[in-house]
Design a protein around this ligand. Structure first.
Ligand code: SF4
Length: 156
């Protein structure tokens, strides 16, 4: 299993709840209501609670406990360096025509990543083969898809 890293904040939106509390870029969220978010989907799901206890690691390495009461649909106003706090799930296919394998050497690192992460497909519509999911991830994927559908219905 991949290690979940604290979710590093890249931007605090002005006039947001997070700005009012004093969050700063470089701070990192360790847990929300005692759960470590693995990715942006977890973060959004956990933040839909009305009462949040957030463990934050600041840029000096000091841990803070923050309590927030809000409406369930209030956004905290945080953006993160990455949507995946436990790393990218890569493709494990071996297509003979793989366009990644055909990249010439010496290009930027991201061009060699075989992105096949269902979370990026949920969030951004990335192409996905679904051939690399374990049985456990299939169940999680199904549950999360269901909760995402419910959220979309609410927006409409
Ligand atoms: S990255 Fe695409 S082309 Fe390459 S092995 Fe995976 S599925 Fe096949």
């Amino acid at each position: 299993m991949k290690t979940v890293q604290p979710a590093k904040i890249s931007r605090v939106l002005p006039d947001s709840i997070a700005a009012e509390i004093g969050f700063e870029p470089g701070d990192a969220i360790v847990s929300i209501n005692n759960t470590r978010p693995r990715d942006l989907i977890d973060y959004r799901f956990l933040c839909s609670d009305e009462y949040l206890e957030i463990e934050v690691l600041d840029t000096k390495g000091i841990t803070h406990q923050i309590e927030i009461e809000k409406d369930y649909d209030d956004d905290l106003g945080l953006e993160f360096e990455t949507a995946l706090f436990d790393g990218l799930i890569q493709c494990n296919n071996h297509c003979p025509f793989c366009f990644i394998d055909q990249q010439p050497p010496g290009k930027r690192e991201s061009l060699y990543l075989k992105d096949d992460d269902y979370r990026l497909s949920f969030l951004y519509g990335s192409y996905l083969t679904l051939t690399n999911l374990t049985e456990k991830e299939r169940r999680i994927c199904s549950i999360r898809r269901h909760s995402f559908s419910v959220k979309l219905v609410k927006v409409r």
